[in-house]
Write a protein that binds this ligand. Structure first.
Ligand code: SF4
Length: 452
């Protein structure tokens, strides 16, 4: 064994999955996951820059490890992912945190082993008087993707397997930094994705979550126009075995009739969709460059519900976009009442340097806060009302884990994506269990199993 590694992950599921690849790379080198109380030989910060808070938290923690590096000068520190990919950020990290050894952008992560080896050998030569080696690589050419088919993955989310189908984003929503830090869309080949799904199912994974910034664009970058997301879902559905399929994230402008048909026709693809609306105001949606309007969004909701009446719909809603007036915000509240989402991830807009919205005149924080508290109140009421509708009924639940706050209980999700806590133990993880819902608390459901 070469030593221990620690990976600290910030941000979205994409980053969680990329950390599984980083773990795979380090394990292949001979490193092992660091025990909770142990000290690591390699620490990797896999960062996010979507929101200011994630960035500040990462920078704060990178500052904290300075003391650890002082205690153990042979510790290798790496900062990778979205944060150093921003304009000027890698240089800023290099100067402000001179003890960081490796800085890699979103498309250079698989160079980590090579850079670790260079650091180790440079320490030998430093003893001979050479300058200390530090690695910085944030190249982002369109066609270049260093996380490739050969990057090993050390999965950590059994019974769920994350599988990336498309990288990058072409949409340039005016508030979002992703296209600048993750580059243009690159779809993986369909045979490679299908192969990975088959392998995961053969290994016993019971849920496959397909990942991409916009999964509905899958195949758009491929020549010939023969590959698209609906076709991929169709082929995945044909794979033998009992397993579920979810996917995220979908863009309302790109969700097609064919994808909805595939979802409705399949027993494997869950009746569950995360469809970010962001705002209920046509004016704000236009200013955000979302390229759909209320009418289109409401049409999609009715088209989905006419095919799958029990579909669990969740969304993202941004409050306080620079051009949002009280009237615009009321349009958002109105659409929340009309759609009745099972759950909504609500957040306050914060400017991201380098995006068009950051140049616009900002609205006061207190106004944003007041609006989000009204929104959360409305959504919590709807979530609770919908949760109450589950009680007394029985659902098939895929057990995912032991319930952290309840002894002798486990938790898992219904096909519609609702979290259910029920009686059970670690041996239930990965099993499909029929659970009768006996109580609800906000978004969480509680139940008792019917298989005993
Ligand atoms: S679709 Fe818009 S919000 Fe989503 S990653 Fe792309 S630019 Fe960002």
């Amino acid at each position: 064994m070469l030593g221990y590694y620690k990976i600290i992950t910030y941000g979205c599921q994409m980053n969680v999955h990329e950390s599984e690849k980083i773990a795979g790379l380090l394990k292949a080198m001979g490193y092992e996951d660091c025990p909770a109380e142990g000290s690591a030989d390699v620490i990797v910060f896999n960062t996010c820059c979507i929101r200011d808070t994630a960035e500040r938290r990462a920078l704060g923690n990178i500052g904290v490890v300075k003391a650890e590096k002082k205690r153990n000068p042979s510790l290798i520190l790496a900062v990778v992912g979205c944060m150093p990919q921003q304009d000027g950020a890698a240089e800023n990290i290099r100067q402000r945190y001179p003890y960081v050894d490796i800085i890699l952008g979103t498309r250079n992560i698989s160079r980590l082993p090579e850079e670790i080896n260079k650091i180790i050998s440079s320490r030998e030569s430093k003893r001979r008087g050479d300058k200390r080696y530090r690695a910085v690589d944030t190249r982002l050419p369109d066609e270049y993707l260093s996380i490739d088919e050969n990057t090993p993955t050390l999965r950590t989310s059994y019974p769920n397997a994350w599988i990336n189908i498309i990288y990058g984003c072409n949409n340039f929503c005016t508030y979002c930094i992703v296209p600048y830090v993750r580059g243009r869309e690159i779809s993986r080949s369909m045979p490679n994705v299908l192969d990975e799904v088959r392998r995961a199912v053969d290994m016993g994974y019971k849920e496959i979550t397909l990942l991409g910034q916009n999964v509905n664009s899958y195949g758009n970058d491929m020549p010939g126009g023969e590959v698209n997301f609906a076709k991929l879902l169709h082929e995945i559905d044909k794979i033998e075995g009992k397993f579920r399929v979810r996917f995220m994230t979908s863009h309302p402008k790109d969700l097609t009739e064919e994808v909805m048909d595939e979802m409705a026709a399949s027993n494997k693809i869950c009746s569950n969709l995360h469809l970010p609306i962001q705002s209920g105001s046509d004016k704000v949606l236009k200013d955000m460059n979302r390229r759909y309007d209320r009418e289109r969004y409401l049409y999609l909701v009715s088209a989905l519900r006419s095919r799958m009446p029990d579909i669990g719909l969740t969304t993202d809603i941004m409050v306080g976009f620079p051009t949002e007036t009280e009237e615009d915000f009321l349009c958002t509240l109105d659409i929340v009442e009309r759609v009745r989402f099972s759950n909504a991830f609500t957040f306050i807009y914060s400017p991201r340097k380098g995006t068009p919205a950051a140049q616009m005149e900002q609205i006061p924080y207190a106004v944003k806060q007041e609006r989000i508290s009204r929104l959360i109140k409305a959504q919590n009421r709807i979530t609770k009302e919908l949760s109450d509708g589950y009680t007394g009924k029985t659902y098939e639940v895929l057990c995912e884990d032991t319930a952290p706050k309840f002894e002798g209980m486990v938790c898992g999700r219904t096909d519609s994506g609702r979290l259910v806590t029920f009686d059970g133990g670690p041996s239930d993880i990965g099993k499909f269990i029929n659970v009768k819902i006996t109580a609800s608390r906000s978004a969480s459901l509680f139940g008792s199993r019917e298989d005993i």
